[in-house]
Design a protein around this ligand. Sequence first.
Ligand code: BDP
Length: 660
Amino acid sequence: MTQLLDVDPAWLPDEALRAVGTRPVQVLGDGPLVDTVRHEVAAAHAKFAAEAGHSGAVSCDLLLRIADGGDAGPEGFTLERDGSRTTVAATDPAGLLHGFFHVVRLGDAAFTAAPAQTHRPALALRMLDHWDNVAVHPVMGQVERGYAGGSLFWRDGRARGDLARVRAYARLLAACGINALGVNNVNVHETEAHLLTDRIDEVAAIARELSPYGIRVHLSVSFAAPVLLGGLDTADPHDAAVRAWWREAAEHVYTHIPDFGGFVVKADSEGQPGPFAHGRSHADGANLLADALAPHGGTVHWRAFVYDHRQDWRDRTTDRARAAYDHFAPLDGRFRDNAILQVKHGPMDFQVREPVSPVIGALSRTRVAVELQATQEYTGQQRHVCALAPAWSEVLRFRPDGADGPDIGRLARGGGLVAVSNAGDDPFWTGHPLAQFNLYAFGRLAWQPDADPDALLDEWIELTFTPDRCADPARLRSGLRAVLRDSWTTYEKYTAPLGSGFMVQPGHHYGPGIDGYEYSPWGTYHFADRDGIGVDRSLATGTGYAAQYAKPWSETYETPESCPDELLLFFHHVPYGHRLHSGKTVIQHIYDTHFEGVEEVEAARRTWQSLADLVAPARHRRVAERYEEQLRGAREWRDQVNSYFLRKSGVPDAGGRRIH
Ligand code: BDP
């Protein structure tokens, strides 16, 4: 257990290990992951030696053991109380590690009230993608869409020499259930492309820090690698030399990293090379890499984020929202068993509110992983508080075939859950200390997609802030809940309304830019004019996107009358006077929510100030600073959005409030 100097301990402060550290514990079993558990226990004991009051040898309050024949499955574990002893048993060492961290989460309750329980992850793959560049990119910097400092892995164009921080990160990730990690950006620039071949030893060094915590490394690769790195004159998936090149490349990777997870590929998307140049399909492309990885047990994650970013805004028959389905639905059943289609949760691009991507429910013969964005590109860039667990939970609970069908959490079992990481070398890991909750909640939801987001918030608060150790536990708990629980809907209120999305500054995507993308080729429009706003995606009169859903959703989304309010402008172009189910007109909803959103930020800022005596000073200060920026930003959003729509519509605010 490393407690790095000057680095925030996040959800594993020493205090969180008190229940283990003050009790006699025995660990039985062999292997590197069991050794990790042993080290964790020894380190916890060392921290609390003075308070322990036990000899360690005589009794044993906690037994952690590998046990053959259990039914918890890979990575699962059981916990039982027998007399005064708690036993955690797992067949698989990774299960023991997860069991250990479960005991940490339970704290004292693991030794008193805990009923017999079995835990197994619902999803076998729980992965973070780091959009980290090895070399600093002239536009995107070290970490693309990173808001937490530099990369944890790369610095000055190379893997960091000192990887102690990576080990500490792995520990945090294991403690919330994550078991896979992509170490480089999906946009593979030339330096990064070399990681696959002549620079694989750098990836291996990182993998060695992650694997004691049960985390497998994945690598983003360039589809053009055979040309870029291999000197071939084509990257055509049907070319024999290309196939041989990839086979050898994969073999080489596995000699350096025996537990390597696989490749991540962004192909034919936003300028990245892909199979289209060779007249081949995405299935051809994915299968090429899948075949190279198959002998070693690896997987290719083929991203479905494919659309035409050169479309004409004047042509309403093209619709970016349609693109992933149009590309991939016809390919269902054509992907190898070790190819996973990695689909963003919504059809556009990680907006604060989007419908669930119709691709996820449509591909019944393809393994699908669902991709979320923990890094807050479009949700305040870790300067604003925006706890995303409730949003993700809504996605995971969505049932594409209606009430009787499986939910997204179940459909993702084939491929897993992936999030773009929000962590970097910032002392607080995530820039905004409260953004740590997004990382934690992601791991926990990937383990248990139907977990209650409020319960996860409480869990994270207990671990991170150990309220029982402070002067006023109740005030701290309720204050933290108050500032985080509804922060997603607060953010939604003061930004783009009713599912319309974007309205951000182009390029960096921070702050309001209502027409920022309105006349650009990227395909992200709101179509506001003097009469109304929204994109008609109905089948009857619009782009037909609504028909990509199965019933009942295709019908629900087809008309403004049946479409849920929060998605109305995603699916329909309506007059400003259109009445929502809430009873308000669209224009009045826009005004009201923008005033409310700012008021909610003001209230959260006050609540945070009131916790100054209960939160560690450095952490408190950092959050307090960010609240100043959030409030400034929220007001800016409110003023620009409200003024814009007042001018467009000419409809005054019924509340008579001042609109700038
Ligand atoms: C968008 C980001 C861009 C990423 C892209 C992706 O703006 O930086 O490269 O997604 O997912 O949200 O590939």
